[in-house]
Design a protein around this ligand. Structure first.
Ligand SMILES: NC(=O)c1ccc[n+]([C@@H]2O[C@H](COP(=O)([O-])OP(=O)(O)OC[C@H]3O[C@@H](n4cnc5c(N)ncnc54)[C@H](O)[C@@H]3O)[C@@H](O)[C@H]2O)c1
Length: 253
């Protein structure tokens, strides 16, 4: 049986963490037949996560905030495979402080890693995809914080809202080239990013999650990966400029 993204070439940024959303996305794309490059500023992590996936997964040292870094990575992928079909802008950090403690330096870092990186990635990928002339799929990992306001997420939410609308506008520019651009908005997902938010007492943690999430549990990285896989595949051939929440009902309330 052929895979859902058989023969496609994909790049997932920020895919080097243990138990992160990036590796889960790379794994699903690989399982469904894509060649997958896992980029991360943590080069050893990217290599290790690619080795765990095996087969057609390749780790890359890649700082997504670096313009030169994007040029190098796209050059390497095109030299190796001749094309890029799927870009997943997943690299991100959560810099959460009360407003008085949100220094300009912290704010700028938040925007750089979550939004400027995605801009650089989309610009580089569109040029490469247009040149190959096969269309393509770009999926930006935003957040429910890019749609609604949550305490202490003003800077994080602004970066994620920026990615959301940037993608919609770009979708208008690339629709005729068959390049689709969509965003995925995870809710509370069990990864290293949310680990520091956990309450020390498991029962308190359970109650805290149940108060926020109608499905009364956190999501798993694989549940984000399944949505990304769909958008990356030709099954989503008429979907562009759209946003998909994967949040256990959190933002439907
Ligand atoms: N976990 C959640 O609940 C949640 C919710 C909504 C959105 N998200 C988003 O999902 C994405 C993945 O997050 P995660 O939960 O897997 O966290 P994570 O911390 O496990 O993964 C983030 C990865 O990004 C990498 N990274 C950071 N700066 C980078 C840079 N400049 N260049 C390249 N890579 C860089 C990190 O090294 C790390 O491997 C992020 O964009 C995050 O904002 C997560």
């Amino acid at each position: 049986m052929t895979g859902r993204v058989e023969g496609k070439v994909a790049l997932v940024t920020g895919a080097g963490s243990v138990g992160g959303i990036g590796q889960a996305i790379a794994r699903r794309l690989s399982e469904e037949g894509a060649t997958v490059y896992l980029g991360d500023v943590d080069a050893a992590g990217a290599d290790a996560r690619a080795t765990e996936i095996g087969g057609n997964a390749i780790g890359l040292a890649h700082d997504a905030t670096s313009e030169a870094g994007w040029a190098d990575v796209l050059c390497r992928i095109v030299a190796d495979r001749g094309r890029l079909d799927i870009l997943v802008n997943n690299a991100g950090v959560a810099i959460l402080y009360p407003i008085e403690e949100m220094t300009l330096e912290r704010f700028s870092r938040q925007i750089d890693v979550n939004m400027t990186s995605a801009f650089l990635g989309m610009r580089a990928a569109v040029a490469t995809m247009r040149e190959a002339g096969n269309g393509g799929s770009i999926v930006n990992i935003s957040s429910v914080g890019g749609i609604v306001g949550l305490a202490r997420t003003h800077a994080y939410g602004a970066s994620k809202a920026g990615v959301r609308v940037f993608g919609k506008a770009l979708a208008m520019e690339t629709a005729r080239d068959g390049i689709r651009v969509n965003s995925v908005h995870p809710g509370m997902i069990e990864t290293g990013m949310t680990a520091p938010l956990a309450a020390p007492d498991p029962e308190e943690q359970r109650q805290r999650i149940a108060a926020m999430v109608p499905m009364a549990r956190m999501g798993k990285p694989e549940e984000i990966a399944n949505c990304v896989l769909f958008l990356a595949s030709d099954e989503a051939s008429y979907i562009t400029g759209a946003e998909f929440v994967v949040d256990g009902g959190m933002t439907a309330q």
